[in-house]
Design a protein around this ligand. Structure first.
Ligand SMILES: Cc1cc2nc3c(=O)[nH]c(=O)nc-3n(C[C@H](O)[C@H](O)[C@H](O)COP(=O)(O)OP(=O)(O)OC[C@H]3O[C@@H](n4cnc5c(N)ncnc54)[C@H](O)[C@@H]3O)c2cc1C
Length: 335
């Protein structure tokens, strides 16, 4: 029975553990992490699926397409199934507004609908003066407050184990596991001394605005995303900023730009504010590595650095990581 440790309990670690279980039913799979649920970046993410190739820089387009395609199938199957209320996936109509035209964005190949808006349509929603281009898009929003617990339950129900601890050095795991899958996101900066991964700080405000049932996403950094009873508004994108505290200036800026974008938001009570650090790396690291320590060798599969599209491509990258794990165990890998 192969012994596998998955490091990380964000959307990437949980998805990867579940994918490995599907391909290796008899494996012993332990998720090891120092943060779970609401303490992870994944928990507070927007969960909107509109990935583009430029959001996954440094990775060949065909590979990004495969990750997006596999992820879209998974999320769409959940969205259209009787599980949707448990998994937190909803079919979500919305507007993508921009001043540079979208040219064959990757998500357009998958979403339920994608149509360019006419000037007349932009005018009807008072956007013509603000944005030159608009697209009506029906996609999927994943509510991570539901999706992460559901993945956790799948892992546990499949016989998986969860261990709460911080790994300071991968050599702690030599001899105990046949393969270690590293899904530590930004944690890889310290754990592997990987200077390529850095933070792209985000801040959002949750408003009690249960009458809003559509999303709006713009290319100038303002967006609103609806869930059961709240709407998340954002956003902030600050490279190399590691501040996890809510910043008042950012809060003011988010309110100003989102209220200007969509006046119906004004007057809605603030429920919560949240900061998350997007684990950003060029390229996203999804590969196998044999690491040699004085105490022995460790077979590692890395799956981290998903930036601002980690939810949208989580399932596809987890299938890829699971395949690498299986190859290593079956000695097909060049390791
Ligand atoms: C404001 C904001 C909005 C976003 N909106 C969207 C969106 O709409 N759509 C989308 O697709 N993506 C979105 N994202 C991006 C998405 O949230 C991330 O890409 C994704 O959550 C990354 O998941 P992860 O599992 O890699 O990281 P995390 O969720 O950060 O999980 C990392 C895990 O690794 C563990 N860990 C780290 N180091 C160690 C260690 N040394 N030992 C043990 N455990 C360790 C942590 O405890 C944690 O469990 C958004 C992000 C932000 C901040």
């Amino acid at each position: 029975m192969p012994r596998i440790a998955v490091l990380g309990a964000g959307v990437i670690g949980l998805s990867t553990a579940v994918s490995i279980r599907k391909s290796l039913p008899s494996a012993s799979i332990v998720i090891i992490a120092d943060k779970f649920g609401s303490e992870t970046t994944s928990y507070g993410a927007g969960g909107l699926s509109i990935p583009t190739v430029d959001k996954v820089p440094g990775v060949p387009k065909d590979l990004v397409r495969r990750w997006v395609s596999d992820s879209w199938k998974w999320f769409s199957d959940l969205t259209l199934s009787d599980l949707a209320s448990t998994t937190g996936n909803q079919l979500a109509p919305g507007y993508f507004l921009c001043n540079t035209p979208l040219i064959d964005p990757l998500f357009a190949e998958y979403v339920y609908s994608y149509e360019r808006m006419s000037d007349e349509e932009l005018k009807k929603i008072n956007m013509q003066a603000k944005y030159k281009y608009g697209y009506r898009v029906t996609s999927i929003i994943t509510c991570l407050k539901k999706y992460l617990p559901w993945l956790t339950k799948l892992h546990l129900d499949g016989g998986g184990i969860i261990e709460g601890r911080k790994i300071e050095n991968l050599n702690e795991l030599v001899g105990t596991y046949d393969v270690v899958v590293n899904c530590t996101g930004l944690g890889s900066r310290k754990l592997l001394n990987d200077g390529k991964i850095h933070s792209n700080r985000g801040q959002i405000i949750e408003l009690h605005a249960d009458w809003i049932k559509y999303w709006i996403y713009t290319d100038d950094g303002a967006y609103l995303l609806p869930y059961d009873d709240i709407v998340k508004i954002g956003g902030v994108r600050q490279m190399h900023n590691y501040n996890i505290e809510v910043d008042e200036n950012d809060q003011r800026e988010i309110k100003e730009k989102c209220y200007r974008l969509w006046p119906p938001l004004q007057g809605a009570d603030i429920v919560k504010e949240w900061v998350g650090l997007r684990p950003t790396r060029t390229p996203l690291r999804l590969e196998a590595e044999l690491i040699k320590f004085p105490t022995g060798k460790l077979k590692v599969v890395h799956n981290y650095g998903h930036g601002g599209v980690g939810i949208a491509i989580s399932w596809g990258t987890s299938l890829h990581a699971a395949k690498l794990v299986k190859d290593i165990l079956q000695s097909e890998s060049r390791l």
